[in-house]
Design a binder for this molecule. Sequence first.
Ligand code: COA
Ligand code: MG
Length: 292
Amino acid sequence: MTILRSMLFAPGDSEKKMTKAAGIGADAVILDLEDAVAATRRPLAREMIHQFLSSADRSKCEFWVRMNPLDSKDAMLDLVAIVGGKPDGIALPKCDGPHHVVQLAHYLEILETQHGIPVGSIGITAIATETAAAPFALGQYKGAPRLRIITWGAEDLGAALGASSNKDEAGNYTPPYVLARSLCLYGAYAAGVQALDTVQPDFRANDKLLRECNEGRRDGFLGKIAIHPDQVATINEAFTPSSAEVSFAQDVIALFAANPEAGTLSLEGKMLDMPHLKQAERVMAIASRAGR
Ligand code: COA
Ligand code: MG
């Protein structure tokens, strides 16, 4: 499955931003119908997104739509309006657990059939830490239909918990949000889908973004959400293996291939065993997506 290093949000009621977002080099654009669009603008935004999808150049990046939460009256209106535009996927906010993914998958199946779109072609990203119940379900996503990505969010979770802030004095996430981030990572790998790190909302602070990207990459996230065009290049770069990493991974794979009987080997004075081979294969898979 294609890895999406960067997913750039653009408000669905802004023709200008949607157009601009599509040309920035993000692996995917998420056209938003939820929090970035005022309720009164949603009917217009639905039409604009449908129109935009119908004429977008689909060769450079994927186009996703963030719908409204399933328990809102907007949810059905969103899906009915935009599925005919054949988005690559739907981002589902306030996702409480795999049952919400299953429910959305049923709706998509009906609408794909109605529009003559191959059934199953529209994927799902679960934004899976935005309610108080959500973190408890993160270990249960294995086998959830259409699921490609699990990501997390700290802003809505803070609101759900009545928190006055989700960061401490030093600007670091407090324990409830660190837990949500970790569970997102475990949950994604347990489900065999891509772990996507959350947004850095301070979009002028490239140093903070870079630090978060490096931390995310270190921990196993395969990409990160962007909300501003200036964030995309930094994210793409950080989540693309460097040539040194690629050549080391190639060496590891070649060494194991040349010694099929060996469980453990040494390279450059370091011990290598199965986890290293697995990691090397992962690096190559990510690198091939990025065209290296
Ligand atoms: N997608 C596409 N273009 C964007 C963009 C985005 N997410 N964010 C900013 N731009 C454009 C601006 O329109 C502007 O274009 P111009 O130079 O042609 O006039 C340019 O990039 C520079 O923007 P800037 O002035 O730095 O930011 P801003 O104050 O206009 O916008 C935000 C700041 C946060 C409102 C804007 O980045 C945004 O709308 N982000 C997405 C919000 C969203 O979808 N949130 C939901 C998920 S959390
Ligand atoms: Mg939100």
